[in-house]
Design a protein around this ligand. Structure first.
Ligand SMILES: *Cc1c(COP(=O)(O)O)cnc(C)c1O
Length: 384
């Protein structure tokens, strides 16, 4: 397994900001650690040794880059991928570059997608009986998964359709169902009774269709323990270093970090304000650094006056509003001398605190990290 590395080491390794007349304009970088994503995947396997671990790579692998992340996960042993859209499935297939893997498309069977599904060898996830009939009509040989809705009320066969299929399992005759699945609504809140109820309902489905591999758990579900593991796991967030159940311990390491350079430094006198709307006012002398990253890069406006970055181990609070391209941070307490070009780190191990400060969840701002970043993929471990 790849050893976990601290945010500080990650940044130190990558620091290239030495003062130098020939230097180009300093630009923010998004650093994605493929080796950490692989070690998070290995942790999922350790947590559920009896199950296969798939990987959810929808929305461009949570905004981080399916082209790089899918092959890294395949090299770590992953053979089952899940996406939301057919197009994402095509991208995942291309990224695999011939490595063998099953790719499931969550959003249902839509007959017009059939040529694309066939060409990229994608397996639709059937969400209602009408889709099952369409599949039987148009592509009975196409492997698929069956999604049962056990309480989320989002996608999947609802309770009546589930009962109808259990009463008449011949409706699956000659259909190549490779997986039955369901999705947990409250896995991030282990004490919620809906978890146990969904588990009970899914067990009933499983008993009705023995022999078909069953899949229930997302990242947070994996942490609910072996009862929830079944045959195939579907983690997403945990792989990318998010905390699946905020407020509970997480064994996963941060894999994403923003490294944004200081552009300018100034001293505030008491009474001075920072940024649009003058929403921060200094009550004592402060030193602030203006950093080259903003909401255009996905640092949410809601991080203003609440979020923070880091210089080394020192927290530097975000002062005032986040602008489109800029953020002000308070560097008064930073011991080292900071010059323009010095990197300020955001996210890393602070990902859940940051989500909290913006009243959102890490999922949301991961998928919104901007396209303007210079993206750096730290190399993955060797192929196994
Ligand atoms: C997104 C998704 C997952 C992965 O969820 P995480 O919480 O990111 O682990 C699993 N299953 C389904 C159906 C999903 O939509």
């Amino acid at each position: 397994m790849v050893p976990a590395r601290s945010s500080a080491t990650l940044i130190r390794d990558l620091k290239t900001h030495t003062p130098d007349e020939t230097r180009a304009e300093p630009a923010p970088r998004l650093i994605i650690d493929l080796a950490t994503i692989q070690s998070n995947y290995a942790k999922i396997r350790e947590l559920a040794p009896g199950a296969d671990a798939g990987a959810v790579v929808k929305a461009n692998a949570y905004g981080l880059g399916a082209t790089e992340i899918v092959p890294a996960l395949a090299d770590a042993g992953c053979r089952t991928f899940y996406v939301a859209h057919t197009q994402e499935g095509r991208e995942a297939r291309a990224a695999l570059a011939g490595r063998p893997a099953d790719i499931y498309v969550f959003n249902g069977f839509w007959p017009a997608e059939l040529p694309a599904l066939r060409e990229a060898e994608l397996f639709p996830v059937i969400n209602e009986l009408a889709q099952l009939e369409q599949l039987r009509d148009q592509a009975p040989d196409l492997p698929c998964a069956l999604h049962f809705d056990t309480g989320m009320n989002r996608l999947g066969l609802g309770p009546e359709e589930t009962d109808a299929l259990i009463a008449d399992p011949a409706r699956l005759d000659a259909i190549d169902v490779r997986q039955i699945m369901s999705h947990l609504a409250c896995a991030d809140e282990p004490v919620y009774p809906l978890n146990a109820l969904q588990l009970k309902r899914f067990r009933r489905v499983r008993e009705a269709f023995p022999g078909i591999p069953a899949s229930l758990s997302n990242s947070a579900g994996v942490l609910l323990g072996p009862d929830y593991h079944f045959d195939v796991l579907r983690p997403g967030l945990a792989l990318y270093g998010g905390v699946p159940a905020p407020g509970h311990d997480s064994p996963f390491e941060p894999a994403v970090e923003i490294d944004a350079p200081v552009l300018q430094i100034r001293e505030l006198r008491p009474g001075d304000t920072v940024g649009y709307g003058a929403t921060f006012q200094a009550d004592s002398p402060r030193r602030i650094a203006t950093v080259a990253a903003g909401y255009a890069d996905g640092l949410l406006r809601a991080f203003g006056n609440g979020g923070y970055g880091r210089i080394g181990e020192t927290r530097v609070p975000i002062l005032g509003r986040v602008s489109m391209d800029l953020i002000g941070v308070d560097i008064t307490d930073v011991a080292e001398t900071i010059a323009p070009g010095h990197p300020v780190c955001f996210l890393g191990g602070d990902i859940e605190d940051m989500a909290d400060s913006a009243a959102t969840i890490s999922y949301e701002f991961l998928v919104r990290l901007g396209l303007r970043f210079h993206r750096i993929y730290k190399p993955a471990a060797e192929r196994r």
